[in-house]
Write a protein that binds this ligand. Structure first.
Ligand code: SF4
Length: 268
């Protein structure tokens, strides 16, 4: 496997919301065809090349620097195709997560955009709810995720035609129907999940075979890593995402970056 630099393709704005009405025309049908095409391909590299061939315009990859996204980053580098790689710095990451970013840049030489929340939004949030206000209620937690994650994500995706993620179906019940490709009406683009069908064993084998750098917290009981105050290690037998916002009920334990996908049948 070759290691190529990840390039940033020009195009699209990171600023104002885009008028997606033209893009939405036929988006569902095109995404469904691509979903079937990706399902028939065996490797993540082949799927990424097919995505690159099928979608004109900027294709973004948002990496959380977790193990799934590290596999996708490795594969992106191997394809040599141009993808817009970015990560959201919420300001509350573990140091180990930032070390993973540094190790990735040194290994793959990618142009990783680091996207930050608006300072004024964070200041207003903290003034209202306090520095640890996200623990007071689900509403306060969602408000924090909105300011630190959702708004920066929307800014980073503005103008993009495709959005690659590292979602896998067996990460949680809520992700059990994640398709390979689906039209995301909220973002006005095709959302792409090239390792949707990977098991944890497949993922770990890919990481080991390619010696992909991963967050050291994974080896310390953190299969899913988010912000430091909102992530704990899990115990044997617990759900992979049990360590995320563990004080909340299981229902709705998403940060707002990924809307709950409908069953796959709805996309085909
Ligand atoms: S995960 Fe926690 S600290 Fe991070 S944005 Fe959400 S509520 Fe805020």
């Amino acid at each position: 496997m070759t290691q190529s630099s990840v390039q940033v393709r020009a195009g699209g704005s990171a600023g104002a919301p885009t008028d997606h009405s033209a893009l939405a025309d036929g988006g569902d049908a095109r995404a469904a065809r691509l979903d079937a095409e990706l399902a028939a391909l065996d490797t993540i590299e082949a799927r990424l090349i097919a995505i690159s061939d099928a979608i004109p315009g900027r294709i973004a990859f948002s990496t959380s620097l977790g193990i799934e996204d590290q596999a996708v980053l490795h594969a992106i580098a191997a394809t040599g195709r141009a993808f817009d790689v970015f990560t959201l710095d919420t300001g509350r990451h573990f140091p180990e997560t930032l070390e993973t970013l540094e190790a990735s840049v040194l290994r793959y030489k990618p142009a990783v955009r680091v996207v930050f929340p608006e300072a004024s939004d964070v200041e207003a949030l903290v003034a209202r709810d306090g520095i640890m206000g996200f623990r007071q209620s689900i509403e306060a937690r969602r408000a924090c995720c909105h300011v630190r994650k959702v708004l920066p994500l929307n800014k980073a995706l503005a103008g993009a035609a495709g959005w690659i993620t590292g979602l896998r179906r067996d990460q949680s019940e809520g992700r059990s129907h994640v398709p390979f490709a689906a039209w995301d009406a909220a973002q006005g683009l095709v959302k792409l999940n090239p390792i949707a069908d990977w098991s944890l064993e497949t993922l770990e084998a890919y990481i080991a075979a390619n010696r992909v750098p991963i967050n050291s917290l994974h080896a310390r009981g953190f299969p899913s890593i988010g912000c430091q105050p909102c992530t704990r290690a899990i115990r044997p037998g617990e759900d992979i995402r049990a360590g995320r916002w563990w004080w909340e009920n299981e229902d709705g334990k998403e940060c707002g970056l990924h809307n709950r996908p409908k069953p796959k049948e709805a996309h085909v």
